[in-house]
Design a binder for this molecule. Structure first.
Ligand code: GTR
Length: 431
């Protein structure tokens, strides 16, 4: 057999616009068979085609089926004046049809969810987002349960090895401005992403992968779902639970999905795979999220697959240092949100995530919205120079982009931008 190079991979990120390779993006409005997409009906077929390409080449496949039970475990009626804090459990059972003997030995997976809901006669619209460190980190509430799942060892007072501890209460509060969110009339729903799937490489075995094992085992190896697909599946299960738990008083038809960074990639995929999400929000999602892969600016496909071999499917490694062979690029992922409201947020100092590449793919998704009836001119004509210089918000109907001054983070200003888009698109309840 040919000798395999044992040379370690040396990665130097490119931050020089003039060194971006010439690239041609896969067409958005042209089917695999070459036919042009000119109306909503043709888009539905094209959409399915793109979705399947992302499953097969990027994220992996999860079952269509979900077996979910839900149970409220805490109701704190005036957690704040006019706001009820709930904690509820989402129990994900192994799916029925892939049974045969093995199912009996598979334990259901239990997710712990927290929801702050403004009290009102009408069910509230909501933003659902995964958090990085546990529900107890969003504020100092002593009653919030601490996750028992694996957490990253932060080597500080918030963790003891790979366990979350009391010292973590409130450490992530700047990212979860619950008061702002509820004051503006929205519920905040959040859960720890590691409750769904722990964020380390274990060969697609633990967390949700264990629950779905019989399904995953019958897939070709290169289509097995990575953690991003697993986290997205979990988000759909939480939406199932919101539908079941009418006592939460959340309107399941007005739930937007939000995520930052790796969880921004996840929010984009969750919104693509599950069109019940009424709004899709990508904050600093970068490579594998909103940023165009073919620019290979900052983090690249090859780099992300080597650092995080468990996030994507194995097929995706075929595109390491070979982005132009991908049958998709990220503008198509954004287009899968159409016609629903989409917000893409970037930060000026977050070069690793390629703000300009995030802007471009957002812009290049506009033709899908146009085919579905949106006046896309304001999006299609804005120049990158303008986007970089104004550092403000660009919006046109359901499409919004903003560039925030500052670092890779989910900041209060980002939330304000997202809630503004929600006000324009989600605030009215559907009759
Ligand atoms: C980085 C990774 C990014 C982004 C980020 C995060 O290490 O390279 O793709 O996902 O982590 O999630 O904070």
């Amino acid at each position: 057999s040919p000798a395999v190079s044992q040379e370690p991979f040396k990665f130097v990120a490119n931050y020089d616009e003039s060194k971006i390779p010439a690239y041609e993006l896969p067409a958005l409005l042209e089917s695999g068979d070459g036919s042009k997409i000119q109306n909503a009906q043709q888009w539905q077929q094209r959409r399915q085609e793109i979705l399947t390409l992302f499953e097969d080449h990027v994220f992996g496949v999860v079952p269509d089926e979900r077996r979910v039970e839900a149970e409220v475990v805490r109701t704190d009626r005036d957690y704040r004046p006019g706001v009820t804090r709930f904690e509820f459990d989402v129990i994900i059972h192994p799916i029925a049809e892939s049974t045969v003997g093995e199912q009996a030995s598979i334990q259901p997976l239990r997710l712990q969810v927290l929801a702050d809901v403004p009290q009102s006669s009408e069910p509230a619209p909501a933003i659902l987002g995964l958090n990085f460190q546990g529900n107890h980190t969003i504020d100092s509430d002593p009653k919030t349960r601490i996750t028992e799942s694996w957490v990253r060892n932060r080597r500080n007072s918030s963790t003891d090895g790979n366990r979350a501890i009391e010292g973590g209460r409130g450490v992530a509060s700047s990212r979860w401005p619950s008061e702002l969110i509820t004051q503006r009339g929205y519920a905040l729903v959040t859960l720890y992403y590691g409750d769904i799937d722990p964020d380390y490489d274990d060969g697609f075995e633990n967390g949700i992968h264990g629950t779905l094992r019989p399904f995953i085992q019958q897939l070709p190896d290169n289509k097995r779902p990575g953690s991003i697909a697993g986290w997205s599946y979990g988000l759909s299960c939480v939406l199932d639970a919101i539908e079941q738990l009418s006592e939460l008083n959340i309107d399941p038809e007005r739930v937007g999905v939000l995520g930052h960074s790796r969880l921004g990639k996840t929010a984009l995929w969750a919104g693509a795979a599950d069109t019940r999400f009424a709004m899709v929000i990508s904050n600093d999602s970068g490579c594998g999220g909103a940023a165009l892969s073919r620019r290979a600016f900052g983090e690249t496909v090859g780099r992300i697959n080597r650092s995080f071999p468990h996030w994507f499917n194995d097929q995706y490694t075929q595109y390491n240092e070979n982005e132009s062979a991908m049958p998709v690029d990220q503008h198509q992922l954004i287009a899968l949100a159409a016609p629903r409201p989409i917000a893409v947020g970037s930060a000026t100092q977050d070069e690793w995530a390629d703000p300009k590449g995030e802007f471009l793919s957002w812009q290049l998704a506009a033709p899908a919205y146009r085919v579905l009836g949106m006046n896309a001119k304001a999006v299609e004509t804005v120049s990158t120079a303008k986007m970089l210089e104004q550092q403000g918000v660009i919006n046109a109907g359901p499409m919004q982009y903003h560039l925030r001054e500052g670092k890779h983070d989910l900041a209060k200003y980002d939330w304000e931008c997202y809630l503004d888009l929600a006000d324009r698109t989600l605030s009215q309840s559907t009759p």
